[in-house]
Ligand binder design. Structure first.
Ligand code: BJW
Ligand code: ZN
Length: 263
C-alpha cells in the first residue's frame, strides 16, 4: 500500500519504547537541566556502540588474554611485542570508528552548561572527535607513544604501526603506549584536576564504566560523599549503583540523547 507523503508512520513498538524511556529519564533530566556545573565520567561502555570492544565480559577478550594480563608493566617487560600487537589491533578498530549519539549528546551538554568537565578513562579519542572540549584523559591516549628511556611523547596515527614494537625517533629506545597500566600511578596533576571538577560540580554523570578499576571507581563515591547528585547510565548495574542517586539502565547511545537534550 502506498503511504501518502504527509503521513508519518510510527512503528508502535519503537514508539512505546521511546515513551517508556522518556518516562524513566524525566527526573534525572530535570536534575541535569537545572544544574549549570556538571562533571561526567565515561568508560568503555560509551564507545561500545561505536564498535570498540569493552574490557570486561565476553567481548573483552583479545585472543585468549584478559585486559588485566596485558595492561601492565610486567606484561610489557615480559613481551612488549604481544602488548603492542594488542594496542595495534585496538588502534585499527578505533581508527575506523566514529563517535556515536552518546558522545554527541555530551557535546550538546557541554554547550549548554557554564562549567562542564568530561573525565574519560577511554584512550580512543572519540570524545575529541565528537567535539567535546574540556576533557581529562585519566588513562592516557592510545595515539601517543612514549619513549621508555628519554620520555619523549610522539603523536602517531599509523595503522598498522610500521614497526612492532615501535622505537623512539629521538634515542632509538623502546616506545610504549602513553597510557596508564595497572600498578601505575595516574599523574597527580590529573587527579587534582578531576577532584577540582568534582568539587565544583552540582551533578556527576557516570556513563558506561564497570566501576571496578581504581581510582576511577571511587570518583562517583567522592562526589556522593561531598553532597553532589550522582547519576549513572549503564547497560547493567555496577557495584556502586545502589550508592548513587539514580541509576538508569540502558545503552548510552539511546539514553544520553534524551537525557542531555536541550529544552
Ligand atoms: C554500556 C554499554 C552501552 C557496555 N551503554 N553502558 C584499590 C583496591 C583494589 C585494587 C586497587 C586499588 N587501588 C588501586 C588498585 C589497583 C588497580 C585496580 O583498580 N585494580 C582492580 C581491577 C582491582 N588500579 C591501578 O593499578 C591504578 N593505579 C593506581 O591506583 O595507582 C596507585 C596504586 C598502584 C599500585 C597499587 C596500589 C595503588 C591504575 C589503573 C589503570 C587502568 N588501566 C586500564 C588500561 C588503560 C589503557 C588501555 O585502555 O589499554 O584502563 S585497565 C582498563 O579498565 C582501562 C579502562 O579505562 C579501565 C576501566 O574499564 P571500564 O571503562 O570501566 O570498562 P569495562 O569493560 O570494565 O566496563 C564497561 C561497562 O560499560 C560495563 O559496566 C558495561 O555494562 C557497560 N556498557 N556497553 C552503556 N552501550
Ligand atoms: Zn627516546
Amino acid at each position: 500500500m502506498l503511504t501518502k507523503p504527509y503521513e508519518v508512520r510510527f512503528n508502535s513498538h519503537i514508539l512505546n519504547k521511546l515513551i517508556k524511556m522518556e518516562d524513566k529519564i524525566r527526573e534525572p533530566k530535570e536534575i541535569l537541566d537545572r544544574a549549570s556545573n556538571i562533571t561526567v565520567l565515561t568508560g568503555a561502555g560509551i564507545s561500545a556502540e561505536s564498535g570498540i570492544p569493552t574490557f570486561r565480559g565476553e567481548e573483552g577478550l583479545w585472543k585468549k588474554f584478559r585486559s588485566e594480563e596485558l595492561a601492565s608493566q610486567e606484561a610489557f617487560q615480559r613481551n612488549p611485542k604481544l602488548v603492542w600487537e594488542w594496542y595495534d589491533w585496538r588502534r585499527g578498530i578505533a581508527k575506523d570508528a566514529k563517535p556515536n549519539l552518546g558522545h554527541y549528546a555530551l557535546v550538546n551538554l557541554e554547550n549548554e552548561k557554564s562549567n562542564f568537565t568530561l573525565v574519560t578513562q577511554n584512550i580512543d579519542g572519540l570524545h575529541q572527535l565528537a567535539g567535546s572540549r574540556n576533557i581529562i584523559e585519566m588513562h592516557g591516549n592510545q595515539w601517543q607513544i612514549r619513549c621508555t628511556s628519554c620520555g619523549i611523547i610522539e603523536q602517531n596515527h599509523d595503522v598498522p604501526l610500521n614497526e612492532l614494537p615501535p622505537k623512539c625517533k629521538n634515542c632509538g629506545a623502546l616506545g610504549r603506549p602513553n597510557v596508564v597500566w595497572f600498578g601505575e600511578i595516574i599523574p597527580m596533576a590529573i587527579i587534582d584536576n578531576i577532584l577540582i571538577a568534582i568539587e565544583r560540580c552540582e551533578v556527576m554523570l557516570i556513563v558506561g564504566t564497570s566501576g571496578v578499576v581504581e581510582p576511577a571507581a571511587s570518583m562517583g563515591l567522592i562526589a556522593k560523599h561531598t553532597g553532589k547528585t550522582v547519576i549513572e547510565v549503564n547497560l547493567e548495574t555496577t557495584p556502586n549503583s545502589s550508592l548513587y542517586d539514580i541509576s538508569i539502565l540502558g545503552k548510552s547511545g539511546e539514553i544520553l540523547p534524551i537525557l542531555c537534550k536541550s529544552n
